[in-house]
Design a protein around this ligand. Structure first.
Ligand code: S3P
Length: 437
Protein backbone atom coordinates (compact mmCIF):
# COMPACT_ATOMS: atom_id res chain seq x y z
CA UNK A 1 0.00 0.00 0.00
CA UNK A 2 1.31 3.50 -0.81
CA UNK A 3 1.83 5.61 2.27
CA UNK A 4 1.52 9.36 2.22
CA UNK A 5 4.42 10.60 4.33
CA UNK A 6 5.15 14.12 5.53
CA UNK A 7 8.41 15.14 7.17
CA UNK A 8 8.21 18.12 9.51
CA UNK A 9 10.83 20.30 11.19
CA UNK A 10 12.87 20.44 13.15
CA UNK A 11 12.28 23.91 14.49
CA UNK A 12 10.92 27.04 12.87
CA UNK A 13 8.97 30.08 13.94
CA UNK A 14 5.33 30.90 13.17
CA UNK A 15 4.15 34.25 11.85
CA UNK A 16 1.23 35.47 9.79
CA UNK A 17 -2.34 36.61 9.56
CA UNK A 18 -4.59 33.88 8.21
CA UNK A 19 -7.97 32.15 8.22
CA UNK A 20 -8.45 28.44 8.85
CA UNK A 21 -11.22 26.47 7.06
CA UNK A 22 -14.88 26.46 8.11
CA UNK A 23 -16.22 24.71 11.18
CA UNK A 24 -16.79 20.99 10.65
CA UNK A 25 -19.66 20.67 13.15
CA UNK A 26 -21.50 23.66 11.69
CA UNK A 27 -20.87 22.49 8.11
CA UNK A 28 -22.53 19.09 8.64
CA UNK A 29 -25.50 20.73 10.37
CA UNK A 30 -25.88 23.47 7.75
CA UNK A 31 -26.31 20.87 4.99
CA UNK A 32 -28.76 18.83 7.06
CA UNK A 33 -31.00 21.72 8.15
CA UNK A 34 -30.92 23.55 4.82
CA UNK A 35 -31.87 20.31 3.02
CA UNK A 36 -34.88 19.80 5.31
CA UNK A 37 -35.96 23.47 5.27
CA UNK A 38 -38.66 25.12 3.18
CA UNK A 39 -37.01 27.35 0.58
CA UNK A 40 -33.53 28.19 -0.65
CA UNK A 41 -30.67 28.59 1.84
CA UNK A 42 -27.31 30.19 1.10
CA UNK A 43 -24.35 29.02 3.15
CA UNK A 44 -20.91 30.67 3.26
CA UNK A 45 -17.75 29.46 5.00
CA UNK A 46 -18.57 25.80 4.33
CA UNK A 47 -15.74 23.36 5.12
CA UNK A 48 -14.64 21.81 1.80
CA UNK A 49 -13.22 18.81 3.70
CA UNK A 50 -13.92 15.15 3.04
CA UNK A 51 -16.19 14.73 6.11
CA UNK A 52 -18.64 17.51 5.32
CA UNK A 53 -18.52 16.79 1.56
CA UNK A 54 -19.71 13.25 2.29
CA UNK A 55 -22.71 14.70 4.15
CA UNK A 56 -23.39 16.98 1.18
CA UNK A 57 -23.24 14.05 -1.26
CA UNK A 58 -25.59 12.01 0.96
CA UNK A 59 -28.29 14.69 0.68
CA UNK A 60 -27.75 14.98 -3.08
CA UNK A 61 -28.28 11.21 -3.21
CA UNK A 62 -31.62 11.77 -1.44
CA UNK A 63 -32.83 14.22 -4.08
CA UNK A 64 -31.67 17.58 -2.66
CA UNK A 65 -30.37 20.07 -5.21
CA UNK A 66 -27.15 21.62 -3.91
CA UNK A 67 -25.04 24.05 -5.97
CA UNK A 68 -21.51 25.04 -4.99
CA UNK A 69 -20.84 28.44 -6.62
CA UNK A 70 -17.42 28.35 -4.90
CA UNK A 71 -15.50 25.82 -2.86
CA UNK A 72 -16.93 27.18 0.38
CA UNK A 73 -20.38 28.44 -0.58
CA UNK A 74 -23.53 26.43 -1.08
CA UNK A 75 -26.99 27.13 -2.42
CA UNK A 76 -29.35 24.47 -1.10
CA UNK A 77 -32.92 24.00 -2.37
CA UNK A 78 -34.64 22.66 0.73
CA UNK A 79 -37.15 19.87 0.18
CA UNK A 80 -39.04 20.30 3.47
CA UNK A 81 -39.20 17.87 6.39
CA UNK A 82 -40.83 15.12 4.30
CA UNK A 83 -39.24 15.73 0.89
CA UNK A 84 -36.20 13.41 0.94
CA UNK A 85 -36.29 10.48 -1.48
CA UNK A 86 -34.82 6.99 -1.01
CA UNK A 87 -31.12 6.83 -1.96
CA UNK A 88 -30.28 4.31 -4.68
CA UNK A 89 -27.19 3.01 -2.83
CA UNK A 90 -25.72 2.97 0.69
CA UNK A 91 -24.69 6.43 1.90
CA UNK A 92 -20.92 6.59 2.48
CA UNK A 93 -19.91 8.83 5.39
CA UNK A 94 -16.14 8.29 5.08
CA UNK A 95 -14.30 9.02 8.33
CA UNK A 96 -17.09 11.07 9.93
CA UNK A 97 -18.73 9.96 13.16
CA UNK A 98 -20.67 13.23 13.16
CA UNK A 99 -22.01 12.63 9.64
CA UNK A 100 -23.10 9.10 10.45
CA UNK A 101 -24.66 9.79 13.86
CA UNK A 102 -26.51 12.95 12.79
CA UNK A 103 -27.80 11.41 9.56
CA UNK A 104 -28.98 8.35 11.47
CA UNK A 105 -31.27 10.64 13.48
CA UNK A 106 -32.83 11.99 10.29
CA UNK A 107 -32.99 8.67 8.45
CA UNK A 108 -34.52 6.79 11.39
CA UNK A 109 -37.63 8.94 10.85
CA UNK A 110 -37.99 8.57 7.06
CA UNK A 111 -40.57 6.53 5.14
CA UNK A 112 -37.79 4.65 3.29
CA UNK A 113 -35.01 2.32 4.37
CA UNK A 114 -31.33 3.23 4.08
CA UNK A 115 -27.81 2.07 4.92
CA UNK A 116 -24.95 4.20 6.26
CA UNK A 117 -21.38 3.00 5.70
CA UNK A 118 -17.95 4.40 6.54
CA UNK A 119 -14.21 3.87 6.18
CA UNK A 120 -12.15 1.46 8.27
CA UNK A 121 -11.90 3.82 11.25
CA UNK A 122 -15.61 4.74 11.30
CA UNK A 123 -16.54 1.06 10.92
CA UNK A 124 -14.91 0.39 14.29
CA UNK A 125 -16.79 3.14 16.18
CA UNK A 126 -19.65 2.46 18.64
CA UNK A 127 -23.19 3.11 17.40
CA UNK A 128 -25.19 1.55 20.29
CA UNK A 129 -25.13 5.03 21.84
CA UNK A 130 -27.47 6.28 19.09
CA UNK A 131 -29.29 3.03 18.32
CA UNK A 132 -30.59 2.75 21.91
CA UNK A 133 -32.41 6.10 22.14
CA UNK A 134 -33.64 5.89 18.52
CA UNK A 135 -35.17 2.44 19.16
CA UNK A 136 -36.77 3.83 22.32
CA UNK A 137 -38.34 6.51 20.09
CA UNK A 138 -39.88 3.81 17.88
CA UNK A 139 -37.25 3.66 15.12
CA UNK A 140 -35.95 0.42 13.73
CA UNK A 141 -32.22 0.20 13.03
CA UNK A 142 -29.21 -1.98 13.77
CA UNK A 143 -25.50 -2.11 13.14
CA UNK A 144 -23.44 -5.12 12.18
CA UNK A 145 -21.38 -7.05 14.73
CA UNK A 146 -21.41 -5.28 18.16
CA UNK A 147 -23.62 -2.59 16.64
CA UNK A 148 -20.71 -1.15 14.65
CA UNK A 149 -21.33 0.35 11.16
CA UNK A 150 -22.73 -0.25 8.56
CA UNK A 151 -26.02 0.93 10.02
CA UNK A 152 -29.16 -0.59 8.50
CA UNK A 153 -32.18 1.65 9.00
CA UNK A 154 -35.72 0.47 8.24
CA UNK A 155 -38.57 2.69 7.05
CA UNK A 156 -39.99 4.38 10.14
CA UNK A 157 -43.24 3.70 11.91
CA UNK A 158 -44.32 6.57 14.17
CA UNK A 159 -41.52 8.36 16.06
CA UNK A 160 -42.41 8.98 19.71
CA UNK A 161 -41.24 11.69 22.04
CA UNK A 162 -38.62 10.79 24.64
CA UNK A 163 -37.15 12.12 27.88
CA UNK A 164 -33.57 10.97 27.53
CA UNK A 165 -30.65 11.18 29.95
CA UNK A 166 -27.49 10.98 27.87
CA UNK A 167 -25.18 8.33 29.36
CA UNK A 168 -22.09 10.20 28.08
CA UNK A 169 -21.25 13.82 27.23
CA UNK A 170 -21.74 13.63 23.46
CA UNK A 171 -23.05 16.37 21.18
CA UNK A 172 -23.39 13.79 18.42
CA UNK A 173 -25.79 11.66 20.43
CA UNK A 174 -27.69 14.72 21.70
CA UNK A 175 -28.03 15.99 18.13
CA UNK A 176 -29.10 12.60 16.77
CA UNK A 177 -31.97 12.43 19.29
CA UNK A 178 -33.00 16.05 18.57
CA UNK A 179 -32.96 15.44 14.81
CA UNK A 180 -35.18 12.36 15.11
CA UNK A 181 -37.23 14.43 17.56
CA UNK A 182 -38.13 16.90 14.79
CA UNK A 183 -40.35 14.07 13.48
CA UNK A 184 -41.76 12.97 16.86
CA UNK A 185 -45.41 13.01 17.89
CA UNK A 186 -44.78 14.96 21.05
CA UNK A 187 -42.02 16.41 23.17
CA UNK A 188 -38.34 15.47 23.13
CA UNK A 189 -36.18 16.24 26.14
CA UNK A 190 -32.47 15.48 26.31
CA UNK A 191 -30.39 16.01 29.45
CA UNK A 192 -26.62 15.86 29.18
CA UNK A 193 -24.25 14.92 32.01
CA UNK A 194 -22.04 17.89 31.08
CA UNK A 195 -22.47 20.74 28.65
CA UNK A 196 -21.38 19.81 25.10
CA UNK A 197 -21.24 21.84 21.89
CA UNK A 198 -24.63 23.41 21.17
CA UNK A 199 -24.45 24.09 17.43
CA UNK A 200 -27.56 21.98 16.78
CA UNK A 201 -29.65 24.02 19.19
CA UNK A 202 -28.33 27.34 17.85
CA UNK A 203 -28.76 26.36 14.22
CA UNK A 204 -32.31 25.07 14.80
CA UNK A 205 -33.11 28.60 16.03
CA UNK A 206 -31.39 30.10 12.97
CA UNK A 207 -33.77 27.97 10.85
CA UNK A 208 -36.69 29.29 12.98
CA UNK A 209 -37.36 26.03 14.85
CA UNK A 210 -38.24 26.67 18.53
CA UNK A 211 -35.90 24.93 21.02
CA UNK A 212 -35.65 25.45 24.73
CA UNK A 213 -32.22 25.14 26.41
CA UNK A 214 -32.07 25.23 30.18
CA UNK A 215 -28.51 24.54 31.32
CA UNK A 216 -28.02 20.84 30.43
CA UNK A 217 -31.62 20.11 29.39
CA UNK A 218 -32.83 20.72 25.84
CA UNK A 219 -36.48 20.42 24.80
CA UNK A 220 -38.30 20.68 21.50
CA UNK A 221 -41.70 19.65 20.11
CA UNK A 222 -41.77 17.42 17.04
CA UNK A 223 -43.79 18.22 13.95
CA UNK A 224 -42.47 21.74 13.21
CA UNK A 225 -40.94 23.21 10.07
CA UNK A 226 -37.51 24.69 9.24
CA UNK A 227 -37.35 27.98 7.33
CA UNK A 228 -34.54 28.52 4.81
CA UNK A 229 -31.98 31.22 5.69
CA UNK A 230 -28.61 32.78 4.94
CA UNK A 231 -25.96 31.20 7.11
CA UNK A 232 -22.35 32.20 7.73
CA UNK A 233 -20.19 29.37 9.07
CA UNK A 234 -17.32 30.54 11.29
CA UNK A 235 -13.71 29.28 11.00
CA UNK A 236 -13.16 26.08 13.00
CA UNK A 237 -11.65 26.63 16.46
CA UNK A 238 -10.60 22.97 16.42
CA UNK A 239 -8.43 23.68 13.36
CA UNK A 240 -7.27 27.03 14.78
CA UNK A 241 -6.14 25.14 17.91
CA UNK A 242 -3.19 23.55 16.06
CA UNK A 243 -1.89 26.95 14.97
CA UNK A 244 -2.57 28.47 18.40
CA UNK A 245 -0.36 25.86 20.02
CA UNK A 246 2.21 26.28 17.22
CA UNK A 247 2.55 30.00 18.03
CA UNK A 248 2.73 29.28 21.78
CA UNK A 249 5.53 26.71 21.56
CA UNK A 250 7.68 28.19 18.76
CA UNK A 251 10.23 30.90 19.47
CA UNK A 252 9.64 34.45 18.35
CA UNK A 253 6.15 33.75 16.98
CA UNK A 254 3.03 35.84 16.50
CA UNK A 255 -0.08 34.90 14.52
CA UNK A 256 -3.58 36.22 14.02
CA UNK A 257 -6.35 33.78 13.10
CA UNK A 258 -9.39 35.53 11.63
CA UNK A 259 -13.08 34.90 12.10
CA UNK A 260 -12.77 31.94 14.49
CA UNK A 261 -15.93 30.59 16.13
CA UNK A 262 -15.73 31.21 19.88
CA UNK A 263 -18.97 29.57 20.97
CA UNK A 264 -18.47 29.03 24.74
CA UNK A 265 -19.16 25.30 24.30
CA UNK A 266 -16.02 25.11 22.11
CA UNK A 267 -13.52 27.41 23.82
CA UNK A 268 -12.12 24.92 26.34
CA UNK A 269 -8.84 25.05 24.37
CA UNK A 270 -8.46 28.79 25.06
CA UNK A 271 -9.20 28.27 28.77
CA UNK A 272 -6.75 25.35 29.04
CA UNK A 273 -3.94 27.14 27.20
CA UNK A 274 -4.46 30.29 29.27
CA UNK A 275 -4.26 28.22 32.47
CA UNK A 276 -0.94 26.94 31.10
CA UNK A 277 0.25 30.54 30.67
CA UNK A 278 -0.46 31.09 26.96
CA UNK A 279 -0.36 34.55 25.49
CA UNK A 280 -3.76 34.67 23.71
CA UNK A 281 -5.84 37.75 22.90
CA UNK A 282 -9.36 37.80 21.44
CA UNK A 283 -9.90 40.72 19.06
CA UNK A 284 -13.03 42.03 17.31
CA UNK A 285 -15.49 39.84 19.22
CA UNK A 286 -18.77 39.84 17.31
CA UNK A 287 -21.73 37.66 16.24
CA UNK A 288 -22.07 35.67 13.01
CA UNK A 289 -25.82 35.01 13.17
CA UNK A 290 -26.33 32.84 16.26
CA UNK A 291 -22.62 32.02 16.70
CA UNK A 292 -20.03 34.24 18.43
CA UNK A 293 -16.83 34.88 16.50
CA UNK A 294 -13.48 36.64 17.08
CA UNK A 295 -9.99 37.08 15.68
CA UNK A 296 -7.44 35.29 17.85
CA UNK A 297 -3.88 36.54 18.33
CA UNK A 298 -1.33 34.18 19.83
CA UNK A 299 2.31 34.92 20.66
CA UNK A 300 5.21 32.78 21.91
CA UNK A 301 4.52 31.73 25.49
CA UNK A 302 6.29 30.01 28.38
CA UNK A 303 3.85 27.21 29.13
CA UNK A 304 3.63 25.41 32.47
CA UNK A 305 2.06 22.04 33.27
CA UNK A 306 -1.41 21.96 34.86
CA UNK A 307 -4.10 19.56 36.01
CA UNK A 308 -6.74 20.14 33.31
CA UNK A 309 -10.10 20.81 35.04
CA UNK A 310 -12.50 18.01 34.07
CA UNK A 311 -15.38 20.34 33.19
CA UNK A 312 -13.23 21.72 30.36
CA UNK A 313 -12.75 18.27 28.80
CA UNK A 314 -16.03 18.11 26.79
CA UNK A 315 -15.44 21.74 25.75
CA UNK A 316 -12.04 20.80 24.30
CA UNK A 317 -12.61 17.16 23.40
CA UNK A 318 -11.17 17.41 19.86
CA UNK A 319 -8.29 19.62 21.02
CA UNK A 320 -6.83 17.27 23.65
CA UNK A 321 -4.28 15.72 21.24
CA UNK A 322 -2.78 19.18 20.62
CA UNK A 323 -3.04 19.97 24.36
CA UNK A 324 -0.79 16.91 24.88
CA UNK A 325 1.78 18.51 22.54
CA UNK A 326 1.53 21.81 24.45
CA UNK A 327 2.08 19.78 27.65
CA UNK A 328 5.21 18.14 26.19
CA UNK A 329 6.59 21.67 25.60
CA UNK A 330 5.58 23.00 29.04
CA UNK A 331 7.60 23.20 32.21
CA UNK A 332 6.36 20.62 34.71
CA UNK A 333 3.69 17.95 34.55
CA UNK A 334 0.26 18.08 32.91
CA UNK A 335 -2.47 15.65 33.93
CA UNK A 336 -5.64 15.05 31.88
CA UNK A 337 -8.45 12.98 33.43
CA UNK A 338 -12.11 12.38 32.56
CA UNK A 339 -11.36 11.99 28.85
CA UNK A 340 -12.19 8.32 28.19
CA UNK A 341 -14.28 9.42 25.15
CA UNK A 342 -10.90 9.97 23.43
CA UNK A 343 -10.61 6.19 23.15
CA UNK A 344 -13.55 6.01 20.70
CA UNK A 345 -12.68 8.88 18.34
CA UNK A 346 -11.27 8.50 14.80
CA UNK A 347 -8.56 6.46 16.58
CA UNK A 348 -7.96 5.57 20.22
CA UNK A 349 -6.42 9.00 20.74
CA UNK A 350 -4.99 8.19 24.17
CA UNK A 351 -3.05 5.19 22.82
CA UNK A 352 -2.11 6.89 19.53
CA UNK A 353 -0.81 10.03 21.26
CA UNK A 354 1.08 8.06 23.90
CA UNK A 355 2.91 5.96 21.31
CA UNK A 356 3.73 9.02 19.17
CA UNK A 357 4.98 10.99 22.17
CA UNK A 358 7.10 8.04 23.31
CA UNK A 359 8.54 7.73 19.78
CA UNK A 360 9.82 11.31 20.17
CA UNK A 361 11.22 10.56 23.64
CA UNK A 362 8.58 12.52 25.60
CA UNK A 363 7.84 11.29 29.14
CA UNK A 364 4.14 10.37 28.60
CA UNK A 365 1.98 7.81 30.39
CA UNK A 366 -1.50 6.91 29.19
CA UNK A 367 -4.19 6.24 31.80
CA UNK A 368 -7.65 4.75 31.32
CA UNK A 369 -9.21 8.19 30.90
CA UNK A 370 -6.37 10.55 30.07
CA UNK A 371 -2.63 11.14 30.10
CA UNK A 372 0.23 12.29 32.32
CA UNK A 373 2.92 14.23 30.46
CA UNK A 374 6.16 15.63 31.82
CA UNK A 375 7.36 18.50 29.67
CA UNK A 376 10.97 18.81 28.49
CA UNK A 377 13.21 18.68 25.43
CA UNK A 378 12.43 15.91 22.91
CA UNK A 379 13.81 14.48 19.70
CA UNK A 380 12.54 13.54 16.28
CA UNK A 381 11.15 10.20 15.18
CA UNK A 382 8.59 8.37 13.13
CA UNK A 383 4.95 8.60 14.17
CA UNK A 384 1.91 6.54 13.15
CA UNK A 385 -1.29 8.56 12.68
CA UNK A 386 -3.66 5.57 12.85
CA UNK A 387 -5.41 7.31 9.92
CA UNK A 388 -6.52 10.06 12.33
CA UNK A 389 -6.33 13.68 11.09
CA UNK A 390 -5.82 15.19 14.53
CA UNK A 391 -2.93 12.85 15.39
CA UNK A 392 -1.20 13.81 12.12
CA UNK A 393 -1.65 17.55 12.73
CA UNK A 394 -0.58 17.34 16.39
CA UNK A 395 2.79 15.76 15.56
CA UNK A 396 3.41 18.17 12.70
CA UNK A 397 3.12 21.03 15.24
CA UNK A 398 5.34 19.14 17.74
CA UNK A 399 8.16 19.31 15.18
CA UNK A 400 8.57 23.02 16.05
CA UNK A 401 10.22 21.93 19.29
CA UNK A 402 11.78 18.61 18.22
CA UNK A 403 15.57 18.38 17.86
CA UNK A 404 15.33 16.26 14.68
CA UNK A 405 12.71 15.77 11.91
CA UNK A 406 9.34 14.21 12.73
CA UNK A 407 8.11 11.76 10.09
CA UNK A 408 4.33 11.45 9.89
CA UNK A 409 3.11 8.25 8.31
CA UNK A 410 -0.26 8.30 6.52
CA UNK A 411 -0.86 12.02 6.71
CA UNK A 412 -3.60 12.17 4.07
CA UNK A 413 -6.46 12.20 6.60
CA UNK A 414 -5.83 15.87 7.45
CA UNK A 415 -8.08 16.45 4.43
CA UNK A 416 -11.12 15.28 6.43
CA UNK A 417 -11.20 18.44 8.57
CA UNK A 418 -8.38 20.77 7.46
CA UNK A 419 -7.81 20.76 3.70
CA UNK A 420 -4.47 22.38 2.86
CA UNK A 421 -3.14 22.02 6.43
CA UNK A 422 0.47 21.24 5.49
CA UNK A 423 0.74 23.97 2.85
CA UNK A 424 -0.71 26.55 5.28
CA UNK A 425 1.79 25.40 7.93
CA UNK A 426 4.64 25.82 5.43
CA UNK A 427 3.38 29.31 4.59
CA UNK A 428 3.32 30.27 8.27
CA UNK A 429 6.91 29.12 8.82
CA UNK A 430 6.95 25.41 9.61
CA UNK A 431 9.42 23.21 7.74
CA UNK A 432 7.42 20.68 5.72
CA UNK A 433 8.41 18.24 2.99
CA UNK A 434 6.31 15.45 1.55
CA UNK A 435 6.83 12.14 -0.18
CA UNK A 436 4.94 8.99 -1.05
CA UNK A 437 6.42 5.60 -0.22
C1 S3P B 1 -19.06 16.70 17.19
C2 S3P B 1 -19.08 16.26 18.48
C3 S3P B 1 -17.90 15.65 19.15
C4 S3P B 1 -16.61 15.86 18.38
C5 S3P B 1 -16.79 15.69 16.90
C6 S3P B 1 -17.84 16.64 16.37
C7 S3P B 1 -20.28 17.29 16.63
O1 S3P B 1 -18.14 14.27 19.30
O2 S3P B 1 -15.61 14.99 18.85
O3 S3P B 1 -15.56 15.96 16.21
O4 S3P B 1 -20.20 17.95 15.58
O5 S3P B 1 -21.35 17.12 17.23
P1 S3P B 1 -18.96 13.70 20.59
O6 S3P B 1 -20.10 14.59 20.76
O7 S3P B 1 -19.37 12.31 20.24
O8 S3P B 1 -17.97 13.76 21.71
Amino acid sequence: MTRNIVICGPGGRVAGDTTVPGDKSQSHRAVIFASLANGTSRVSGFLAGEDSLNTLEAFRAMGVEIDRPSDTSLVIQGVGMHGLTAPAAPLYMGNAGTGMRLLAGVLAAQQFSSTLTGDESLSRRPMARIINPLVEMGASLAGDKDNRPPLHIAAAAAIRGIDYQLPMASAQVKSCVLLAGLYANGKVTVTEPEVTRDHTERMLRTFAYPVNSDNRTITLDGGGQLQACELEITADISSAAFLMVAACIAEDSDIVLRNVGVNPTRTGIIDILRLMGANITLLNERQAGDEPVADIQVRSSSLRGIEVPEHLVPLAIDELPIVFIAAACAEGTTVVTGASELRVKESDRIAAMESGLLALGVDATATADGMIIKGGPFGGGSVETHFDHRIAMSFCIASLRASAPVTINDAHHVETSFPGFFSLCAKLGLKISGETR
